[in-house]
Write a protein that binds this ligand. Structure first.
Ligand code: CMC
Length: 428
């Protein structure tokens, strides 16, 4: 409800625009009637000041480094909850009771297998296909296999599609990996945890039993929780925009995966590790810091900076701790980790990074952990997509249930030619 108005003066006229307040966070100026009243649009490429929807799922305070899911701080969830609890929380609004959690976990586990014919679908890809290319294709193709959950007007079908997506994503991602290394696909094993099952499908082979290492399982649990949702980021907004036209959920999540792939978003973990490898040893750090600061050089420190976090990324702290745990457990002394720690220290003391408020983000340490566990860099973004699917489906459900929801259709500031007459080719 609007308690107050913002006054806009445009030429000779003034207009009152309602100001809406959420439960916490900045107020928003409601400009829904702006064009009808004034004939003007707003201009905000990159949406740096635009709220695109009302949401009850995730809250971020970028200045304070706060990330809350349904009110719960991310570090508490990463420390104490299972991924299934977080998935339930994001989808349903509250932490589950023990019974609700058992039912939810059981339901998800009933959907972990893929339609058998989908395994032949994989064989259409080249062996060196990027896992994200496979993920986009296979997830989009789910709509051709699960017709009974594509009616978005039916809340039951929406929930079944959501459960299917959450349950099948580890199977899809693990199969993308298996395909790339030429090993047989492994079926899910539902007595394992969500992350344990994923680790087994990825690193197990049918010829031998696979023991899930609890430290690695716990690290994966944290990584999945830290990536589960992040408010209206680029891929989530893509999912919402695709869904706003009434597209089926599998197609919408495939659109989210496509957006996540980019190096400025989910692809940054892959890019960050490649960068750390390129730097190779701490002595070379100053050279890369200088390049990051050079306006003529397009190089950026990957894993640094965030559109919203301008103090620290609360996910990065948990990630750094987890990296230490995993490297200790595996007995790995990875020079890349030393480079990462040193780079962080140097950058945090550098005026350029201080002034621009650039801090390590979630991707800075995640690559170190994933690489130590044995994932190739090309799988990093696929793991991000796997975990973020929970947030995507929660946000998609919220959007479809919102009575104010309309097809997303931004406007533009047109700067092209005005109307002109067609000239036949011989006279051009
Ligand atoms: N290294 C060096 N300079 C940087 C960096 C960086 N990583 N990030 C931003 N800057 C500079 C940038 O050059 C600009 O300088 P100036 O004002 O002089 O032109 C200033 O800081 C502001 O940058 P911006 O690009 O306008 O900021 P943005 O909010 O549009 O971009 C970002 C945010 C995350 C895309 C950007 O910081 C970046 O490219 N970081 C590296 C990629 C990365 O790690 N992405 C993962 C984000 S977290 C995971 C996720 O949520 O997907």
């Amino acid at each position: 409800m609007a308690d107050t108005n913002a006054r806009l003066t445009l030429g000779e006229k003034s207009f009152d625009l309602p100001v809406l307040s959420g439960s916490v966070g900045p107020d928003v100026i409601d400009i829904r009637k702006l064009y009808a009243q004034t004939g003007a649009f707003t201009y905000d490429p990159g949406y740096t000041s635009t709220g695109s929807c009302e949401s009850e799922i995730t809250y971020i305070d970028g200045d304070q480094g706060i990330l809350l899911h349904r009110g719960y701080p991310i570090d508490q969830l990463a420390e104490h909850s299972t991924f299934m609890e977080v998935a339930y929380l994001l989808l349903n609004g509250d932490l589950p009771s023990q019974d609700e959690l058992n039912n939810f976990t059981y339901t998800i586990s009933r959907h972990t297998m893929l339609h058998e014919q989908l395994s032949t679908f994989y064989r259409g890809f080249r062996r060196d296909a990027h896992p994200m290319a496979i993920m986009c294709g296979v997830v989009g193709a789910l709509s051709a296999f699960y017709h009974d959950s594509t009616d978005i007007t039916d809340p039951k079908q929406r929930m079944i599609a959501s459960h299917r997506l959450i349950a099948k994503m580890p199977t899809i991602a693990a199969m993308a990996y298996k395909y790339s290394v030429g090993q047989p696909f492994l079926y899910p094993q539902n007595n394992l945890s969500y992350t344990g099952n994923f680790l087994r499908m990825t690193f197990g082979v049918p010829a031998e039993p696979y023991e899930v290492n609890p430290v690695i399982e716990n690290a994966m649990r944290r990584i999945f929780i830290l990536h589960a949702d992040h408010e209206q980021n680029a891929s989530t907004s893509t999912v919402r925009l695709a869904g706003s036209s009434g597209a089926n959920p599998f197609a919408c999540i495939a659109a989210g995966i496509a957006c996540l792939w980019g190096p400025a978003h989910g692809g940054a973990n892959e890019a960050a590790l490649n960068m750390l490898r390129e730097i190779g040893r701490p002595e070379r750090i100053p050279e890369y810091i200088a390049r990051a600061k050079d306006k003529e050089d397009p190089f950026r420190l990957m894993g640094f900076g965030h559109r919203v976090y301008k103090n620290f990324d609360p996910r990065a702290k948990v990630m750094q701790r987890t990296a230490e745990e995993v490297l200790n457990e595996l007995g790995i002394s990875d020079p890349i980790f030393d480079v990462a720690r040193e780079l962080e220290q140097i950058a945090l003391k550098d005026d350029y990074f201080i002034e621009k408020k650039l801090y390590p983000n979630v991707d800075f340490y995640s690559g170190v952990i994933l690489s130590a566990i044995g994932f190739p860099t090309s799988m990093f973004t696929a793991l991000f997509a796997l975990a973020r699917t929970v947030g995507w489906v929660a946000q998609w459900n919220e959007m479809i249930s919102d009575p104010d929801q309309k097809i997303g259709r931004p406007r533009q500031l047109y700067t092209g030619p005005t109307q002109r007459d067609y000239v036949p080719v011989e006279r051009r």
